[in-house]
Write a protein that binds this ligand. Structure first.
Ligand code: AHR
Length: 503
């Protein structure tokens, strides 16, 4: 048995937990929208055609913000195709995923769904095939109160009040050669700056996200951020980051250390943004919107990429196992650890498409394994993120060299006194004895709840027939003695432990 430790003190904080960390993503892709959130004929559908079973699971997941409508899809999307009488809406080709978009769901329907789900919307603009004028137009349609042509059009389409969307993404992954309208950093930076300035003339209080890199492995990573920010720094609030992880050639050790790459990604973008600030003599600090992250078996998708022109085909419906859920829990630990600079994040995506929720047409909806660490972290991470120094042995990985066996983060809510520790044991075969000093709190504490997600079969999954094969279970071996919390973390496990003031 290996051991690891750290100390917690309420005086040493990173930043408040940003509720926007618990965002997700609905793209018009595969079955994310059609037979995902929307299926009028489904037994659980409401009068608007939204599946109540999926809505219930969305609420249970603890989602706070939803990025919409893409993704690669948005770079060829004409938002006006999706508003007005349904009978007049055109069917279009979606070049990103080689499918057909019926436009049965557009922004008015999505805003209705978002209200029912109780989430904020992060609206992505098309800067692939479109530009400043169309960005202004959709902003006018969404947010202008009245009297203009587009505000009145929204009103006649049933939404008298403006939607008041605050967060806008200035395009999607325009550094990627696969993107419709792919651009150089200079071309994109100029367009993003012009669009941002025009949008700010309409509403100075918008929060704008400029595109960063679509992965830390991109050949332009770093240089892209530097050049784009040089052109846009004053006009934007966030720069985006996207990252997907998968086990490569069965290398589970490296896969379990995926958060090392996420840490590196965030640290590199922060350093680059701050160096642009120094060059521009700006005191402003840019935030990161990590608005696409997840486990994605991307190489399998690339190997068998099919081109159909179908409506809502089954695309990248990855089925997640126990190890994937442990990695997702660890990626959330990384995002929380960087709460001083990562203040928005979206797991990609919400339903069916590389998603925590799966649904079958005319059938059930269920929680994938990765649902659980997200839901528990969203529920339990409250108050401030605490600064901690982990003492843990390391193991060798092919991809990242020596990596600590333990990763962890903690949050403390000064209002309620709740202290929650989130921890991952990356050891493939051995349990890990964790001790955490809570002496800095100056009062006795006790365990309120403790959950562990693990399984002897790391490849166990949830399915329609066995939707609860993998669930978090009450953790055994967790106790507080005096001012020390001790826990035994099983091999390849993710845990959440909430302490409260004793007595
Ligand atoms: O989430 C799936 C796809 O991944 C998105 O459409 C794109 O932005 C990214 O490459």
């Amino acid at each position: 048995m290996t051991s690891a430790s750290f100390s917690l003190d309420p005086a040493f904080t990173v930043a408040p937990v940003s509720r926007r960390t618990f965002g997700t993503f609905v793209e018009h892709m595969g079955r994310g929208v059609y037979t995902g959130i929307y299926e009028p004929g489904h037994p659980s559908a409401d009068a608007d055609g939204f599946r109540q079973d999926v809505l219930d699971l969305t609420r249970e997941l603890g989602v706070t913000v939803v990025r919409y409508p893409g993704g690669n899809f948005v770079s060829g999307y004409r938002w006006e195709d999706g508003v007005g009488p349904r009978a007049d809406r055109p069917v279009r080709r979606d070049l990103a995923w080689h499918s057909l978009e019926t436009n049965e769901v557009g922004v008015d329907e999505f805003m209705r769904w978002a209200r029912k789900a109780g989430v904020e919307v992060m609206y992505a603009l098309n800067l692939g095939t479109r530009g400043v004028q169309e960005a202004l137009d959709v902003h006018e349609y969404l947010n202008h109160p009245d009297r203009t042509r587009l505000a009145e059009q929204r009103r006649s389409n049933g939404a008298a009040e403006p939607y008041g969307i605050k967060l806008f993404c200035l395009g999607n992954e325009l550094d990627g050669p696969w993107q419709t309208g792919h651009k150089t950093a200079h071309e994109y930076g100029r367009l993003a700056a012009e669009t941002a300035r025009a949008l700010r003339s309409a509403d100075p209080d918008l929060e704008l996200v400029v595109c960063g890199s679509s992965g830390s492995g991109m050949p332009t990573f770093g240089a892209w951020e530097s050049e784009v920010l040089q052109l846009t720094y004053d006009a934007v609030d966030f720069i985006s980051a996207h990252a997907y992880y998968e086990p490569v050639n069965g290398d589970l050790g490296s896969f379990l250390a995926s958060a090392v790459d996420m840490d590196h990604f965030v640290n590199s973008v922060v350093a680059t943004a701050d160096s642009v600030a120094a060059r521009l003599k700006s005191a402003k600090r840019l935030m990161i919107s990590f608005d696409e992250w997840n486990v994605w078996y991307l190489s399998e998708f690339q190997a068998k990429r099919e081109t159909g022109w179908e409506v809502a085909p089954r695309v990248i419906e990855d089925t997640y196992n126990v190890a994937d859920a442990v990695v997702v829990g660890n990626l959330l630990i990384s995002l929380l650890r960087h709460s001083d600079r990562v203040t928005a994040a979206c797991q990609a995506q919400l339903v069916n498409v590389i998603a925590p929720i799966r649904s079958e047409p005319d059938g059930p909806a269920w929680r994938q394994t990765i649902f659980h660490p997200f839901a528990l972290t969203s529920r339990l991470a409250r108050g401030d993120v605490l600064r901690l120094e982990i003492h843990a042995p390391t193991y060798e990985t092919a991809r990242f060299g020596a990596v600590p066996l333990l990763d962890a983060v903690a949050t403390h809510d000064p209002q309620t006194g709740d202290l929650t520790v989130f921890a991952v044991n990356r050891h493939l075969t051995d349990g890990l004895d964790l001790t955490v000093s809570v002496a800095g709190f100056g009062h006795p504490m006790s365990v309120a709840e403790a959950w562990t997600l693990t399984d002897e079969d790391l490849y166990a999954v949830n399915t329609a027939d066995q939707p609860d094969r993998v669930v978090p279970r009450p953790a055994s071996g967790v106790a507080v003695d005096g001012s020390v919390l001790s826990a035994t973390l099983p091999p390849v496990s993710w845990s959440a432990i909430r302490l409260v003031r004793a007595g």
